[in-house]
Design a protein around this ligand. Structure first.
Ligand code: EPU
Length: 301
């Protein structure tokens, strides 16, 4: 039997910041852990791949769509509450479906320091955790006390920070683990001081990164000790285009479009950038964004 809250043949474009991609066989928005578990079992019984989508700010779907079930966590995963404060710390519980900008706004209003670097990063907390989002010298895992996950067999577990094996852009969890939420260990601070730090980050971001175009943020991971953007820039690729997709003239690690690109244009341009950077600098760039093929596998163009 089909569980509730499933939409069939759902176009994917409006679910990602890139605004690209074909249709998914099904998209569901479970509100509870039980609904999530039933959906996973339902897809498994059909041998459908499952992809858990956060805010869609780091994902590129194929023009051919997705032959399986996309899950977006719903209302039951939107808690955001302080569990307590003592000895100069505040412990905050946050559901995976909470939008990162909302979390940053609450930190600013309620005087919780430690997550300012998330300012200006779109998406949801589950996605930021899955990618171990980082910017301005910080990584989300640095503020994590524990993470709640559902394993593929439906069991829910809370993993302490010491159980995680984070790396650059990952928490070391299996691909089929679903992050349900996290507890953060933050520091009380004056809201005006937090606000000032957030403002500085936002100013730097708006000066150095493109606005008013569609993107998924930085496309490539930074190679150790280098900036992918600088390497692409030095290879003379700013403005390089494939179809409607082009390398941002403002920051070369952003591949952007103005609404007239296909997903294939973006992947062709990624391949071209990789080839040219390898030729010029002898360096193999690796994608940071998740490029998902129709069968649910992550692709590296
Ligand atoms: N640079 C260039 N040309 C460019 C882009 C950058 O020469 O086109 C130079 C800059 O002048 C600077 C250096 O490269 O000297 C580093 O640039 P930037 O400060 O923009 O940092 P980044 O390493 O390119 C990283 C993150 C960003 C994050 C910024 C700011 C990665 C892959 N990127 O960028 O994250 O916003 O730091 O903290 O880790 C993202 O993850 O989606 C993202 C955009």
């Amino acid at each position: 039997m089909c569980p509730d809250r499933v939409e069939f043949n759902r176009p994917l474009a409006s679910l990602t910041t890139y605004g690209l991609g074909g249709q998914a066989w099904a998209v569901a928005r479970p509100d509870t852990v039980d609904q999530l578990r039933r959906l996973m079992a339902w897809a498994a019984a059909r041998h459908w791949p499952v992809f858990v989508l956060g805010g869609g700010s780091n994902v590129l779907f194929s023009d051919q769509g997705f032959q399986g079930l996309i899950i977006r966590l719903g209302r039951g995963f939107q808690r955001l509450e302080a569990l307590g404060a003592d000895s100069g710390r505040v412990v905050v519980s946050v559901g995976a479906a909470v939008k990162t900008p909302l979390l940053v706004a609450r930190c600013r209003e309620w005087g919780w320091a430690g997550l300012e670097f998330l300012a200006g990063i779109p998406g949801v907390v589950g996605g930021a955790l899955a990618m171990n989002a980082g910017a301005s010298g910080g990584e989300i895992v640095d503020a994590v006390s524990s993470v709640e996950v559902m394993w593929a067999d439906g069991r829910v577990r809370r993993l302490a920070r010491t159980d995680l094996k984070p790396d650059y852009r990952g928490l070391g969890l299996p691909d089929d683990a679903v992050i349900l939420g996290a507890v953060f260990d933050l520091t009380p601070d004056d809201p005006p001081a937090i606000k000032a730090r957030i403002r500085d980050i936002m100013v730097r971001r708006s000066q150095g990164q493109p606005r008013g175009v569609k993107s998924a943020g930085c496309v490539f991971k930074n190679p150790s000790g280098e900036s992918a953007g600088r390497l692409i820039d030095r290879a003379g690729l700013k403005g390089a285009a494939e179809g409607g997709a082009f390398v941002s003239p403002k920051h070369a690690n952003f591949i952007v479009h103005r609404g007239r690109a296909s997903s294939a244009d973006v992947t062709r341009l990624i391949r071209r950038v990789k080839d040219e950077v390898a030729r010029r600098h002898g360096c193999e760039l690796e994608t940071e964004i998740k490029i998902i093929d129709p069968t649910g596998k992550r692709m590296e163009p």
